[in-house]
Design a protein around this ligand. Structure first.
Ligand code: SD4
Length: 317
């Protein structure tokens, strides 16, 4: 039976490498998406997810995460939570609840405590250095506090034909306290239906939510569009509408996969990366380019991969 895992950004690669072996031996899509996301949440050098995630304007790390099961359509999500090690695991557990499956702030934290989820101070020294540096730059040069985005979103198809999706993010750097983006919002940051396929998004939540992009991609795949075509159509349409109506479109990037393990990606930014593995292809990182409404991509070469490791390890000056 075929299987597949696709995730936003290079940062999911290690998780996908470990999980490919497990999914090929029968691990469920739900457990796979959780474990890929956890690997990113636990890694201190990824600046926009979990431990080491960049803080809000009050220098607090507030995290959003979600999980969806493509068989039952069950959804679980948390938003604006502080000091929990793996928000994605809380989201997955919440998806088993009939009511109260999306919790925010103190309510989500109480649920975490009551259900034995591990607490952890998620603000690292490195994240504080980025915060201080950005604060200074904003004061001196009036920069936008919000540029840069790197939410992890993972879609998986297991050998039983079940699909699942999960997301996790610290949201926008320097966001307002209490701000929630697309990542924990069903249909925007994620959506999956095992009868069709799944999608996950990264970028400017405020704009991704205007197009309910993940649901729209799954809907188009359900109408017979290939994953690549569904992704391109959704992103280009939203990008063009936002520019026409508002004069500007924020960053919009998506990954998707159908229930045959075929995948697609789309972006309106210069360079979006994603990680993928299927029963036919080893874990790989690709780099996209958007060429006049069509997303094209190529495999990241050794030089790019080495440069990436250097970049994430760079000292914050
Ligand atoms: C959000 N989509 O909260 C997320 C941002 C993102 O790294 O991709 N962040 O709007």
């Amino acid at each position: 039976m075929s299987w597949g895992i696709i995730a936003t950004w290079r940062m999911a690669l290690e998780g996908i490498e470990v999980s490919s072996e497990k999914i090929s031996k029968g691990m469920s899509a739900g457990d796979i998406v959780e474990s890929v996301v956890k690997a990113v949440e636990d890694y201190p050098l990824y600046k926009s997810v979990g431990y080491g995630g960049l803080p809000n304007e009050n220098c607090e790390v507030e995290l959003d995460a979600a999980f969806m099961d493509g068989n039952s359509l069950s959804i679980g999500a948390v938003a604006g939570i502080k000091d929990f090690k793996n928000p994605v695991s809380m989201a997955k557990r919440l998806s088993e609840e009939k009511y109260n499956c999306f919790l925010v702030g103190t309510g989500a934290e109480e649920y975490g405590d009551e259900n034995g989820f591990e607490r952890k101070n998620m603000l690292t020294e490195r994240a504080i250095s980025f915060y201080n540096k950005r604060k200074k730059a904003i004061k001196e040069k009036g920069l936008s506090p919000y540029d840069g985005h790197d939410t992890v979103g993972v879609v998986a198809l297991d050998i039983e034909g079940t699909m699942a999706v999960a997301t996790s993010t610290s949201g926008l750097f320097m966001k307002k306290r209490g701000r929630v983006g697309d990542s924990p919002i069903s249909g925007s940051g994620f959506y999956v239906d095992s009868n069709i396929g799944g999608a996950a998004a990264t970028g400017l939540g405020e704009d991704l939510m205007k197009g309910c992009v993940s649901y729209e991609i799954v809907r188009l795949m359900g109408e017979g569009h290939s994953p690549q075509d569904a992704a391109d159509r959704t992103i280009m349409k939203l990008n063009n509408e936002l520019i026409r109506r508002r004069g500007y479109a924020g960053d919009l990037s998506v990954v998707c996969m159908n229930n045959k393990g075929q995948w697609g990606v789309a972006t309106n930014i210069k360079e979006f990366t994603f990680s993928v593995a299927t029963s036919n292809e080893k874990p790989k990182v690709y780099i996209t380019k958007n060429l006049e409404g069509k997303t094209v991509y190529e495999e990241a070469d050794e030089e790019w991969l080495k440069g990436y490791i250097k970049k994430i390890n760079k000292k914050v000056e």
